[in-house]
Design a protein around this ligand. Structure first.
Ligand code: IDP
Ligand code: MG
Length: 151
């Protein structure tokens, strides 16, 4: 077990569809702590940096266009093994392959409109959090609930 932070994005489809509250509710209900959060519109440069691993893929330009098309909500989320936990809560990239009960299966239909981003490793999380947040934007929170969450 490791105390980690991860980057979660409620993508422009989630914001436009009024699903930010539902996504935040699920993260909070699982016991993860939000340690930074903001509504913002991403510019192309930051979007290409964030999704750099996908540069050159057929969906890359559409992905950058979409993620910059409207406001998104970026969150830094903290908890024990939160990187894997958030990936599990999001479900598979393609909502048709995502398990029922995950955000993507419950609320999305297509891979290019799958509502959420979550970092895929602790290293990715650090890199991505740096793109979205400055150090001073993080708050430090006590994990009082861990008494009930962690053995
Ligand atoms: P992830 O978001 O589950 O980590 P990645 O493979 O990192 O999935 O892809 C990043 C994002 O790019 C996906 O969430 C999805 O929105 C989009 N994407 C990935 N593959 C495709 C595709 O084949 N067609 C359209 N969009 C895609
Ligand atoms: Mg990814």
């Amino acid at each position: 077990m490791a105390l980690q932070q991860t980057l979660v994005l409620c993508k422009p489809d989630a914001v436009s569809r009024g699903l930010v509250g539902e996504i935040v509710r699920r993260l909070e209900a699982r016991g993860y702590l939000i340690v930074a959060m903001k509504l913002m519109q991403l510019d192309g440069e930051r979007a290409r940096k964030h999704y750099g691993e996908h540069a050159g893929k057929p969906f890359f330009n559409g992905l950058v266009e979409f993620i910059t098309s409207g406001p998104l909500v970026a969150l830094a989320v903290e908890g024990e093994d939160v990187v894997e936990g958030v990936r599990q809560m999001m479900g598979a990239t393609n909502p048709l392959q995502a398990a029922p009960g995950t955000i993507r299966a419950d609320f999305a239909q297509q891979i290019g409109r799958n509502l959420v981003h979550g970092s895929d490793s602790a290293d990715s999380a650090r890199r991505e959090l740096d793109i979205f947040f400055e150090a001073k934007e993080f708050v430090s929170r006590k994990h009082d609930l861990n008494r009930w969450l962690v053995e």
